[in-house]
Design a protein around this ligand. Structure first.
Ligand SMILES: Cc1cc2nc3c(=O)[nH]c(=O)nc-3n(C[C@H](O)[C@H](O)[C@H](O)COP(=O)(O)OP(=O)(O)OC[C@H]3O[C@@H](n4cnc5c(N)ncnc54)[C@H](O)[C@@H]3O)c2cc1C
Length: 415
């Protein structure tokens, strides 16, 4: 069996590795001219780390990532709200990793090239259309720089792992239109600095309107007593409608967001100083799409952000792409025919990921921030007089179940 994968991001590369591991030939077609170390930091939750360790990638992850020790929420004044252990410290059999997204991509791409061969990743190939018949599917590509058509490829299945602006999804749902903007603009950057807290914590401070997310992502910096800190500043402005989607990841201006955080000088982190320590700032809209009722159409299906783009609340998008890749592989490995396998993959993953998309719209993972904001009067000293610990704990467990990373499910699920 030969599977064509459109998109060489985290989802597409993991799918190629996973399929190869199951004895299925996979070729990745990526529209960018080269795979580059783009992006800032992401957290890999234990269910994703488990999936990647099944593909023998854990040593490479451990060599570069920070093992996330805790997730901690703070008010916009830096006052602690909730802290929970994460990864091994929370009893998972696999760690949670905070990692540079570009490093993760390189680990995946190196493994694909080493295991599947150099020609298994074809860069400069933008999927433009496909046609299928009873015996297979033919994908057509163009050179994104010139628009010139490239040789088509035939396979048994075509997987659209081509991200939130997916061409394949656009072909399957031509009337869908652009992604749905949340009203929240994000600015992202990285700075090397002295560690904050214990040097292994992912911290989120703020409320419904304004927030900062910070965590260290590099083992190499930690070994020198420093932290390479990934940060995301988020400001909600529901009146903003001026996004041009074709420029969705662009250089940002500090003047557009740093003043809103001017007095966020906590005893554990000086937020404006952190922003000041970063050279490059990227700006882009928090966006998703409405869940669709179907991903699989004959020999063609969607995976990762192409299938279920979601707000990056709860550290889940890449993790879900990785889980998709494993579920798709399991379904194809059964050997009951491509079309049935793609339907089985969809049945396993579509409802589960749709629930996460909708839950992330409510910021369910960060619900405690909103509760504290709603219930605690300004300057309140004792947060627990207004929001009980049990309630916070229940909210955290609920999101873990929705996103499929509650400890029992991760530790006990058969491979
Ligand atoms: C600020 C922020 C923080 C995040 N934090 C986390 C986190 O902590 N944890 C987590 O799990 N997730 C996180 N995510 C989400 C995560 O980054 C995405 O869900 C994930 O990268 C999706 O992977 P993908 O492979 O599906 O898509 P992408 O990474 O978008 O890859 C798609 C690839 O397809 C290529 N492509 C596009 N069109 C075509 C075409 N027509 N033909 C061929 N190739 C094409 C693109 O060039 C790209 O390489 C975060 C996202 C953001 C924005």
């Amino acid at each position: 069996m030969r599977v064509l994968v459109a998109g060489g991001g985290i989802g597409g590369l993991t799918a190629a590795l996973s399929l190869h591991d199951a004895g299925v030939e996979a070729v990745v077609f990526e529209s960018a001219p080269a795979l580059r170390e783009l992006g800032v930091g992401i957290n890999l939750l234990p269910h994703a780390v488990r999936a990647l360790s099944e593909l023998d990638l854990q040593p490479a992850l451990a060599a570069t990532a920070i093992e996330t020790g805790a997730l901690a929420y703070y008010t916009r004044y830096g006052k602690p709200i909730w802290r929970e252990p994460r990864g091994l410290g929370a009893g998972y059999r696999w760690p949670q990793y905070s990692i540079h997204r570009g490093r993760l991509l390189t680990i995946l791409a190196d493994a694909v090239r080493a295991r599947l061969g150099e020609s298994s990743i074809r860069t400069g190939h933008r999927l433009v259309r496909f046609e299928q018949d009873e015996g297979g599917v033919r994908a057509h590509f163009a050179d994104p720089a010139s628009g010139r058509p490239l040789a088509g490829e035939r396979g048994d299945a075509l997987i659209g792992a081509d991200g939130i602006h997916s061409t394949l999804r656009g072909l399957l749902y031509p009337d869908e239109g652009p992604p749905r903007f949340s009203g929240i603009t994000m600015w992202r950057g990285i700075a090397e600095r002295d560690p904050f807290l214990d040097g292994r914590t992912m911290a989120i401070a703020g409320n419904w309107h304004i927030r900062v997310v910070v965590y260290p992502i590099a083992r190499e910096a930690a070994a020198r007593g420093r932290s390479l800190v990934n940060w995301v500043a988020e400001i909600r402005d529901e009146g903003r409608t001026d996004w041009r989607w074709e420029e969705w990841d662009r250089r940002g201006e500090k003047a557009d967001f740093v003043p809103a955080f001017a007095d966020w000088r906590f005893d554990w982190l000086d937020v404006p100083r952190l922003f000041g320590e970063s050279e490059a700032v990227f700006e882009f809209p928090m966006a998703d799409r409405d869940p669709v009722g179907r991903w699989s159409f004959g020999r063609v299906t969607l995976l990762g952000d192409a299938a279920h783009p979601m707000y990056p609340s709860g550290s889940n998008g890449a993790a879900q792409a990785i889980l998709d890749a494993r579920a798709l592989t399991r379904a194809l490995a059964v050997g009951s025919g491509v079309e049935e396998a793609l339907r089985a993959y969809e049945a396993e993953r579509l409802a589960a990921t749709s629930a996460i998309v909708l839950s992330n719209r409510e910021f369910a993972a960060e619900r405690v921030l909103r509760l504290v904001d709603e219930r605690c009067p300004p300057g309140c000293e004792s947060i627990f007089d207004y929001v009980a610990r049990d309630e916070m704990e229940a909210l955290s467990r609920r999101y873990q179940r929705i996103a499929g990373f509650d400890r029992e499910a991760v530790n006990e699920r058969p491979s």
